[in-house]
Each structure stands twice: as structure tokens, then as C-alpha cells.
Design a protein around this ligand. Structure first.
Ligand code: S3P
Length: 173
């Protein structure tokens, strides 16, 4: 039996975690938080500036701390795309709540990232071009997203349909 007190949204950059998370929280009348937003608030700077100053290893450490903090105070939590990289985070999310993976193919993510790159929140992870980076990152992380998730959703679906599916999956867990 899955614990239902919290909902975690995982998936790659631009898969729609924040939009679905907000809608999910509104529908359930639960609190919502996005770990990137909370991290930027705590650090008082953007992800790009934080990474530039302290590096990715420090960012991952901080991000794990933010996950714990977010889970104490909120019930629907949209996570940064790399939250699953640490085993402790994967274990924590699976054990503490229902985990939804928003799955999307490379071309859809690339299109969304071209349209809305959010450079301050999304500095380059690999130094590659956009298409190569999204493909590389998905190849590495998809098994982690799948292993962590209780439910996999197709992120391309319209938000309204996604929400309906997510709510019905949540109630059936
Ligand atoms: C990252 C995704 C970003 C942000 C940071 C690292 C990643 O979050 O946490 O730039 O490693 O994929 P979003 O998935 O919300 O864009």
C-alpha cells in the first residue's frame, strides 16, 4: 500500500512538472511547491548563479536538503529534473509519497526548451548542444525516473487530461 500524504512529480526539464503540480494541488486543495523555486529563494540567487559559484556537486547537495524541507511543509512537490540522481532522494520520494513521472520524448522536450529555455534556472548540464544534451540526459535518467515512479504519465497530453488521469491514478493507488 502506497502512502498517499504527498505527491512528487519527477521528469526531465520542461516535461511540465510545475504546471501539473499546481493544477494537482489546486484540485486536491493541498499546498504546492517547486524545489527549484524554493532553492532559489533559500539561496537568494538563480540556479545558474549558484552553479557558477559553487558547482554542480554543491547544487545536488543543496537540492537534496531542499527536497527534505519541501516535503515537511508541502504536499504536492514538483522536483528539479536531476532530483533522481541521488539514491537517497529516489528512496525518500518513493517511501514518502506517490511519485508521478512525466515522460516525454526528446523532440518534445527540445521544442519546449527552445521556446522557454529559462536559462537562469537551467544552465547547461553537459556543455553539449540542446538536442544532444536532452538525449544524453534522458538516456542516463530514464531508468531512474521509471524505477522511482509509482505512475508514468505521457507528458504530451493536454494539461486537463493529464490532471484527470493523475487524479484517477492517485485514487487507485
Ligand atoms: C536540472 C533541472 C532544473 C534545475 C537545474 C538542474 C537537471 O529543474 O533543477 O537546472 O539536472 O535536469 P527543472 O527540471 O525544473 O527545469
Amino acid at each position: 500500500m502506497v502512502k498517499k500524504q504527498k505527491i512528487f512529480l519527477i521528469g526531465a526539464r520542461a516535461c511540465g512538472k510545475t504546471s501539473l503540480g499546481r493544477a494537482f494541488a489546486k484540485a486536491l486543495q493541498w499546498h504546492f511547491v517547486d524545489t527549484d523555486a524554493l532553492l532559489q529563494q533559500e539561496a537568494a540567487c538563480s540556479v545558474a548563479t549558484y552553479v557558477q559559484k559553487h558547482g554542480w556537486a554543491a547544487f545536488r547537495e543543496f537540492e537534496s536538503h531542499i527536497l527534505q524541507k519541501a516535503a515537511k511543509e508541502h504536499h504536492v512537490i514538483a522536483t528539479g529534473g536531476g532530483m533522481v540522481l541521488r539514491e537517497e532522494n529516489r528512496y525518500f520520494m518513493r517511501a514518502e509519497g506517490c511519485v508521478f513521472f512525466l515522460q516525454a520524448p526528446v523532440d518534445i522536450l527540445v521544442e519546449r526548451l527552445r521556446f522557454d529555455p529559462e536559462h537562469e534556472q537551467r544552465p547547461s548540464l553537459t556543455g553539449q548542444g540542446l538536442v544532444e544534451e536532452v538525449a544524453t540526459v534522458l538516456l542516463e535518467r530514464t531508468p531512474l525516473y521509471v524505477a522511482t515512479a509509482h505512475v508514468v504519465l505521457e507528458a504530451q497530453a493536454p494539461l486537463e487530461l493529464l490532471l484527470k488521469t493523475a487524479i484517477s491514478q492517485y485514487h487507485s493507488l
